[in-house]
Design a protein around this ligand. Structure first.
Ligand SMILES: [Zn+2]
Length: 362
């Protein structure tokens, strides 16, 4: 292990945040702009964590001795960090070395073997949200009050929230960020533009498809058209509009998809909005609200402590895997970056899906 020159070594390596007139600094700023702000900020936090530990132990952070990096990761693991946290810290260390034109410590066996060994011995119980399966989602949808006045307005918002969240396999931030201009009709359903997701660093967005459901109850297109009619009426005429739209729905039994046009209304309106008692619509729902909707609408035999917003995405993936969808097909909707991630997901949520043990005939 190499001793560092002192704690100033860590400070020297702080990532610069400002670009002046110096062309090198400007070029540096462009390099940094190539990464999204959130990713950059995560790298900075993770790098500072490593650099600070190095400073305390008088080790040089850049270039870091692979043995030091291995010991750092092992220490984190012993202190209770998860494999994904270790992976993230290491990614930041690698990135900073790469920027400095130095070899990445993460490819050195002194580091890769520590990561490998930790993953194998990492048996901490993982607390995750249980997947919400289609049968349970359907029960929740059929229990929603969508017709009485004015509570029906909330029922309809929850219907579109649950169906979109589940069928789009959304992260909750993606769901709350949806604007009505992100939803366009296509043959057989809707195309939904997801603006920015965690795996989409360049912010180009991702388009997901939503097909018509087999019945109006489970049809995301019906749920959306219905909610749009109600929210459009509310924007034009406030509470009175909501009530009129509810009344009209009560007499309608057909399964048509009459998507309202994006006319004179503010096209940048959020799709999912808060509904106050009495039928007033407010701004975009929060991620916290999405979580509560899932918990509150659960059937009585399911434990709200085990379910939340993430159960929608986990439920879609689990259900799709059970019905034989391939990793690639699942990724089309989830936006996950690799089959390996999908595989880990399925293994954790549903150990029997796609597993030979179910086919051996016990
Ligand atoms: Zn429909």
């Amino acid at each position: 292990m190499q001793p560092a020159a002192g704690s100033s070594a860590a400070n020297e390596m702080r990532l610069p945040v400002l670009a002046g007139d110096d062309p090198f600094a400007v070029a540096d700023a462009y390099r940094r702009a190539a990464l999204s702000g959130a990713t950059m900020s995560a790298y900075r936090t993770d790098w500072s964590h490593f650099a600070d530990r190095c400073a305390v132990a008088a080790h040089r952070p850049l270039p870091a001795d692979p043995d030091v990096v291995g010991a750092y990761l092992a220490h984190l693991g012993r202190a209770g960090s998860s494999a994904s946290t270790l992976g993230r810290r290491l990614a930041a260390i690698n990135k900073v070395h790469q920027w400095a034109g130095l070899p990445r410590p993460g490819v050195n066996p002194a580091v890769t073997l520590v990561m490998e060994g930790f993953r194998r011995s990492d048996e901490r119980p993982v607390r995750r949200m249980a997947p919400l399966l289609l049968a349970d989602l359907t029960r929740m949808l059929s229990a929603l009050d969508t017709d009485s006045s004015p509570q029906g307005a909330l029922g309809r918002r929850d219907r579109v929230l649950l169906l979109f969240g589940w069928a789009l396999a959304c992260r909750r931030g993606e769901l709350t960020a949806l604007r009505i201009t992100d939803v366009t009709p296509t043959a057989g359903g809707l195309a939904i533009r997801i603006r920015r997701s965690k795996t989409d660093q360049r912010g180009r967005g991702l388009t997901k498809g939503l097909p018509c459901g087999r019945t109006p109850l489970t049809c995301p297109v019906c749920a959306y058209c219905d909610w749009r009619r109600l929210s459009d009426a509310a924007d034009r005429r406030g509470r009175v509009g909501v009530l009129a739209a509810l009344e009209r729905h009560a007499t309608s039994t057909d399964h048509d998809h009459d998507l309202p046009a994006d006319d004179d209304l503010d096209a940048d309106r959020p799709v999912l909005r808060g509904v106050r008692a009495g039928g007033h619509l407010t701004g975009a729902v929060t991620g916290h609200a999405v979580n509560l909707v899932v918990k509150r609408r659960l059937p009585d035999d399911l434990d709200p402590a085990r379910f939340g917003a993430h159960s929608l995405r986990a439920g879609f993936i689990t259900e799709a895997a059970r019905r034989g969808a391939t990793g690639r097909e699942i990724r089309r909707q989830t936006g996950q970056s690799s089959d390996r991630v999908v595989e880990i997901y399925i293994r954790e949520n549903d150990p029997l899906a796609g597993n030979a043990v179910t086919a051996v005939g016990l």
